[in-house]
Design a protein around this ligand. Structure first.
Ligand code: G3I
Length: 332
């Protein structure tokens, strides 16, 4: 038995992980792939990079799906659900987008073309799409990026509308779940409140939006309590949205001293709290960890000196945190 087996028994739809396939290390690492492709552990996968804008439309109108197809070659052979990630974001945009000279109309056309092409290309191979990623600042205001600066706040409902319109070309497409995905919205506060307003704003216009993805990138000892996370998740489900923990990890702030923050036992407890919070909330559909292993973790590259945030060590043995996840999934 593994995490996905326990998750389903606990009433979730899946337990999943992100993976950076294709990437030189992961592609040839048989021991890594054996865990990734084990559907007892993972019933869902998210491409860490393969579907992002820089990978799929590196030049305007020149769509390249090689990386994404290689990624999908893994899970589809294994019947793992795919959370497709992502259609619109401020980051990992090719320079033709960020340094183009756009008008409101021409940039809308760029969005429409990208969204339509990806939604129709991948179709129902996507269980869900992160349609919009990280559009908010920590204080709840909208992030100043090329989308906001050129189109204004109207770009937000517009991208969901383009995604919905694209479904006309996808047989059975209405079942694909559309998400808004962000970090720092796991606690009640200005950003979480703004995320709720954002998704309500889309829904109130009658545009398809199904859920809110709470990324859940935490630091050992700094994780919101189970009760806090439950209360926060319920603020979204009460408004009619599904929720999912989409990028869970709990990193150490100092890799040379794991006692800072409370050590491996605290990390395990932190994982347990988050997964248990999802189990506690009826419309929390599943939990995805952002890399299951320290070997290929994104964390040290982004936060130098920090890391060990995953539930498997770099040598692909399990950490106490793995048992914390199991505890959360098997407590009832
Ligand atoms: O593809 C290039 C390669 O050509 C080059 O040789 C190499 C050298 O640095 O870089 C490669 O690109 C890297 C890319 O990952 C693919 O491996 C980028 O430098 C690196 O910055 C990028 O990091 C990704 C990060 O998003 C970028 O924002 C991580 O792998 C990915 O896990 C991470 O995922 C994000 C989610 O999408 C959104 N939420 C936060 C999460 C963690 O940051």
């Amino acid at each position: 038995k593994g995490l996905n087996d326990y998750a389903k028994k606990a009433g979730l739809l899946y337990f999943g992980t992100a993976a950076d396939i294709p990437s030189s290390g992961e592609n040839t690492d048989v021991a890594y792939q054996r865990i990734l492709n084990n559907t007892h552990e993972f019933g869902q996968v998210t491409p860490a990079n393969a579907m992002k804008w820089d990978a799929t439309e590196p030049q305007q109108g020149d769509f390249t799906f090689g990386a994404a197809e290689q990624f999908l070659g893994f899970p589809t052979s294994n019947h793992q659900l795919v959370r497709c990630h992502n259609l619109v974001w401020h980051s990992q945009l090719p320079s033709w987008v960020t340094s183009g000279t756009w008008t409101n109309a021409t940039l809308q056309a760029v969005l429409k073309s990208h969204i339509t092409t990806l939604v129709q290309h991948f179709g129902t191979r996507c269980y869900a799409w992160d349609v919009l990623n990280e559009a908010l600042n920590d204080n709840g205001t909208l992030r100043q990026d090329v989308w906001l600066n050129t189109i204004g706040p109207a770009y937000i409902p517009l991208v969901f509308q383009f995604a919905e319109e694209a479904l006309k070309g996808v047989k059975g497409g209405r079942r694909i779940k559309f998400y808004y995905n962000d970090y720092g919205i796991e606690n009640p506060g200005p950003k979480s409140a703004a995320a709720l307003e954002l998704v309500k704003g889309v829904k109130d216009r009658g545009i398809k939006i199904d859920g809110v993805g709470l990324q859940s990138h935490f630091i050992v000892g700094g994780t919101p309590s189970r009760e806090t996370q439950v209360q926060n998740l319920q603020s979204f489900t009460a408004a009619g949205f599904d929720v999912a923990l989409t990028e869970l990890d709990v990193r150490f702030s100092n890799v040379s001293d794991l006692s800072v923050g409370g050590g491996l036992e605290q990390q395990s407890q932190d994982y347990e709290n988050s997964v248990a919070a999802c189990v506690d909330v009826k419309r929390c559909v599943g939990v995805t960890v952002w890399d299951f292993d320290d070997k290929y973790s994104w964390i040290p590259g982004t936060f130098p000196g920090q890391g060990f945030g995953d539930i498997w060590w770099a040598n692909l043995t399990m950490k106490p945190a793995y048992d914390g996840v199991v505890a959360a999934l098997t407590e009832r």
